[in-house]
Design a protein around this ligand. Structure first.
Ligand code: FES
Length: 173
């Protein structure tokens, strides 16, 4: 079944928010990303059909934003800001420590599918540098010594059955 059949009510509600169906593109890409784990070519085309635009338009959007994933990702996407203020406060040391602890490099996913590690630019919370974003949650002033505790907490939350969303679709609910 496709998105339209599985999420008819949610899609109708999203489309009703906007004067033009195409304005719902990001919300629908979030929905597709949660459903399929990442934005496959078929998922992008499905969204284009839902809003009645050429697939190329939606491929352009999907390729632009760092919270939209065209490749498979883990249940938690760990994005470390490596912009200048965060680097002054230890972002590179944080990334190195995460790589060592997780046993992966940037842009890789752990073998158990739990964590993907990425670099991103400024997350607009520089006063808490260095900053890590786990899905849509911010963790500031994150020293390498605190990584183990954070990863344990995130693993426990995934194991608890909590509805996790790499797109933040459930944010604020
Ligand atoms: S530079 Fe890292 S949050 Fe702004």
């Amino acid at each position: 079944m496709g998105l339209r059949e599985t999420y008819a009510a949610e899609i109708d509600a999203l489309l009703a928010r906007y004067a033009q169906p195409r304005s719902a593109v990001l919300a629908l890409l979030y929905l597709a990303q949660d459903e399929y784990g990442h934005l496959t070519d078929a998922a992008v085309r499905e969204v284009a059909e839902l809003i009645g635009v050429p697939p190329t338009d939606v491929f352009e959007v999907a390729g632009f934003y760092s919270l939209l994933y065209r490749q498979p990702v883990g249940r938690w996407v760990l994005q470390v800001c490596d912009d200048v203020p965060c680097c002054f406060c230890g972002a590179e040391e944080l990334i190195s420590a995460l790589q060592d602890t997780l046993g992966i490099r940037v842009d890789q996913t752990t073998a158990d599918g739990m964590f993907t590690l990425q670099r991103v630019k400024c997350l607009a919370d520089c006063n808490r540098a260095p900053l890590l974003q786990a899905n849509l949650e911010y963790y500031g002033n994150l020293e390498p010594a605190k990584i183990g505790e954070l990863l344990d907490t995130l693993r426990a939350r995934a194991a608890s059955g909590e509805a996790l969303s790499v797109s933040g679709r459930f944010a604020g609910q």
